[in-house]
Design a protein around this ligand. Structure first.
Ligand code: FES
Length: 178
């Protein structure tokens, strides 16, 4: 999670570089683009800058459904629920992701690793059902494909953790020799 000083500094810079002439929604979008969500401290800061109450700013943000109020996961999974994907059992795909990740759509896993969202048509209907994983379109989704993806991610994490531990051990050994 970002620290408050970094969020406030970003908003100051945004406002000083012409953002003050734009409206609140533009400022909220800029904050979300930078941090991946709207942190409360950012909304409070913008409330002060635009001479509004924090409740007003929150009200504006919740009016638009593109704003998120929780940090996204490190890996973000968007399941398309457009018409073509719906016909091809997209709800089964979503259910399977929910089961595998043990979260509901709109949530992030407690370790912050995965976020799960539903989206409207992403323009690849011939590949239905479709999911977009970390910005990459994965077509012809199936429950077995999900299991394969989850296994691959898990193996990558274990490899990264192992490499991290090896590097820490090598560093400790080096320090001990000095
Ligand atoms: S409906 Fe899913 S990609 Fe178009």
């Amino acid at each position: 999670m970002e620290d408050s000083a970094a969020i406030e500094a970003f908003i100051d810079e945004y406002l000083e570089s012409g953002g003050r002439e734009r409206n609140l929604v533009c400022a909220l979008l800029a904050v979300q683009e930078k941090f991946g969500y709207l942190p409360p401290v950012g909304m409070e800061k913008l409330a002060g800058e635009f001479k509004l109450s924090p409740a007003n700013v929150y009200g504006v943000a919740t009016f638009y459904n593109q704003f998120r109020f929780k940090p996204p996961g490190r890996h973000n999974i968007h399941v398309c629920m457009g018409t073509a994907c719906h016909i091809k059992q997209a709800s089964k795909i979503l259910d399977h992701f929910e089961r595998r990740l043990e979260i509901k759509v709109g949530e992030v896993t407690p370790d912050g690793e995965y976020g799960l969202e539903r989206v409207a048509c992403v323009g690849c209907c011939t590949l239905a059902p479709v999911a977009v994983i970390d910005g990459e379109v994965v077509g012809k989704m199936s429950t077995s494909k999900i299991d394969g993806l989850m296994l691959r991610h898990q193996m990558e994490r274990e490899r990264e953790n192992g490499a991290g531990k090896e590097a820490a051990t090598a560093r400790d050994d080096g320090e001990a020799r000095e």
